[in-house]
Design a protein around this ligand. Structure first.
Ligand code: SF4
Length: 341
């Protein structure tokens, strides 16, 4: 039996103790005790898509919609940069007002203001290969596009007709253009069993991702999945530990959704192999309107103040915060192989 099959069996048995011990050994080998910070900026909650699980889906008429203007984005980046952040993640719905030209302008300006010392990560959904190429040319370093589930039928259903194939094609475009590429999935979607979670983890490994975001599915009351049962956080913790063992070099965030489900959910993810935290540096007045799921934490706090709080939480599990921009290890290795060094 291979090592990975043995870990899979421990996952099926629900043996969190063994899995997390193994995951932490691997995490320390590759990242030491560091937990890397990424400043998250939610620039728009308009979305032309209608994903069944998402609180800001197009058809949710109860959402108060907002868009940050460019100066608000730069002000948040400037404050974060002064505080020491060296990665900014710009996340929004698929919003036509933030077309390719505008996003390129924003990326260029962030790079200029930070003297190229900060990495820019984008998370703006599926775009054409040409748009991705333009964003790369403008200076974007990384791109996040979760596949959410490896099951083709469940994917089309949850994404209101968008196929998994289309999403994987977008990820391939991103990787071939030289982006550090991130994806991920939710744990506990309706219709999901342990074998599907294992397929999600195997797909993440196959995609050789630099970053993998996973988190518990939390049913939102204004979506078609409002009555779906809440799966306990433990399942996400088991998946996090197994993911670390399958993808030793990937950056794995301890997601806000875990902290929303249980007060120490992020610390628990850190103890299962996660190595990234993402303080939300969006202006406090818009934070309550970017609710992909209910019960989201830290809505009335300035993200920069969150950094102090996160430092304490990280120390409580024997780790330390790092402001390093921490580029993707897999991408770096790929570059070295291609350069023949
Ligand atoms: S998950 Fe993303 S693409 Fe889907 S509706 Fe929500 S914001 Fe839009």
């Amino acid at each position: 039996m291979s090592e990975l099959s043995r870990w899979e069996d421990l996952f099926r048995e629900g043996n969190l103790k063994e899995l997390s011990l193994g995951a932490m050994k691997v995490t320390r080998e590759h990242f030491g005790n560091s937990v890397f910070l990424r400043g998250l900026l939610e620039y728009s909650n308009y979305c032309s898509c209608n994903c069944f699980y998402c609180g800001i889906r197009r058809d949710n008429g109860r959402v108060e919609r907002y868009r940050l203007d460019d100066d608000m984005i730069y002000a948040a980046v400037d404050s974060g940069f002064i505080r020491g952040l060296r990665t900014f993640v710009l996340q929004g719905g698929e919003d036509p007002e933030f077309g390719t030209d505008r996003m390129c302008r924003v990326v260029r300006e962030i790079k200029r203001r930070t003297g190229d010392a900060a990495a820019v990560t984008l998370s703006c959904g599926i775009l054409s290969r040409e748009s991705y190429a333009a964003l790369k040319d403008a200076g974007a370093d990384r791109y996040l596009l979760r596949f959410e589930t490896a099951d083709t039928e469940l994917h089309s259903y949850l994404r209101d007709g968008v196929s998994l194939e289309r999403r994987l094609k977008a990820l391939e475009d991103l990787r071939s253009l030289g982006f550090q590429t991130g994806s991920g999935f939710m744990v506990g979607l309706p219709g999901e069993d342990d074998e599907l979670i294992l397929r999600n983890i195997r797909l993440a490994r196959k995609l050789e991702l630099d970053m993998i975001g996973i988190g518990p599915f939390i049913p939102h009351p204004a979506t078609p999945l409002r009555d779906a049962p809440q799966v306990p956080l433990e399942k996400t913790l088991l998946a996090t530990a197994l993911l670390r063992l399958f993808c030793p070099r990937a950056h794995i965030p301890a997601t806000t959704a875990a902290g929303s489900l249980e007060p120490d959910g992020r610390e628990k993810m850190l103890s299962c192999g996660a190595n990234v935290l993402m303080p939300n540096i969006s202006p406090v007045e818009v934070k309550p309107h970017y609710l992909l799921y209910p019960g989201k934490i830290c809505l009335d706090e300035d993200g920069l103040h969150c950094i102090g709080c996160l430092g304490g939480r990280v120390a409580a599990v024997g780790r330390k915060l790092s402001f390093d921009r921490a580029d993707g290890l897999i991408c770096k290795r790929r570059d070295r192989v291609e350069a023949g060094t």
